[in-house]
Design a protein around this ligand. Structure first.
Ligand code: IPE
Ligand code: IPE
Ligand code: MG
Length: 231
């Protein structure tokens, strides 16, 4: 196993390119999402192997409701199947599952599965896997501000906002990876990524594997994080 120094503590991934992966093969888009689940599994194993502590997967955005019912339900079914598996990767490997985003609009069975896996893994601490579901960065910030307003405060600090965001129990992402060559953020962790390192590999998400992940980690190691200062 390759030795890696200075691994990011939190990697957040915009898993993009599932649709294109399928279309290129003349397959319906949901085949791409199905392959994409395998890439999630590979990435979790890589996180375990290289000692990453937090990994967040952008699985469904607040804007993804614009897609066809068929595609949306396909994604929900895949997710449910994945987290419901008896020999799931989480309970076997001491992995805690959490989520960010608003779960209310999801089907009851998916919500139940999510609650179930979160409860089962709540005390696990080797790796924290977070699924961003019906997640939008702007929505996260707006909900945080509304929660603060409810407390009748007159002034808000940056810390107050950070402490109200869905990600409050996690460190800010050190490295954000977006696959498929698109170089945009698409309303992901807007407030949290103020000083994240960004990495945009061309590979489509269903093809993403340990090699791509190591390449991303090595690229991260070369970055000089200055946070506005001088080194
Ligand atoms: C990302 O792949 C998965 C989700 C947004 C759920 P896409 O479905 O966006 O794939 P492309 O961008 O159409 O190729
Ligand atoms: C971002 O990908 C959302 C997820 C990966 C869940 P999209 O494919 O939805 O983003 P756009 O539409 O290309 O910006
Ligand atoms: Mg896309």
């Amino acid at each position: 196993m390759e030795k890696l120094k200075k691994v990011p503590s939190h990697v957040a991934i915009i898993m993009d390119g599932n649709g294109r992966w399928a279309t290129k093969r003349g397959l319906p888009r949901n085949f791409g999402h199905r392959e994409g689940v395998k890439a999630i599994e590979r990435t979790i194993y890589a996180c375990l192997k290289y000692g990453i502590k937090y990994c967040t997967f952008f699985a469904f955005s607040t804007e993804n409701w614009k897609r066809s019912k068929e595609e949306i339900h396909g994604i929900f079914n895949l997710l449910r199947e994945y987290i419901d598996k008896d020999d799931n990767i989480f309970t076997k490997n001491n992995v805690k599952v959490t989520s960010i985003g608003v779960l209310d609009p999801f089907p009851e069975d998916l919500k139940k599965s999510l609650i179930n896996i979160k409860e089962k893994t709540i005390n696990f601490d080797r790796l924290n896997v977070c699924f961003a579901l019906n997640y939008g960065g702007r929505d996260d910030i707006t909900r945080a501000i509304n929660k603060i307003i409810e407390q009748d405060v007159k002034r808000v600090t940056e810390k107050d906002i950070l402490n109200m965001l869905d990600t409050r129990s996690m460190p800010e992402p050190d490295l954000i990876i977006r696959t498929s060559g698109e170089m945009r953020i698409s309303n992901f962790l807007l407030y949290q990524m103020a000083y994240s390192e960004l990495y945009f590999p061309k590979v489509l998400w269903p093809d993403f594997n340990e090699k791509h992940f190591i390449k991303a980690l090595k690229n991260y190691q070369k970055r000089n994080r200055r946070y506005g200062g001088i080194t």
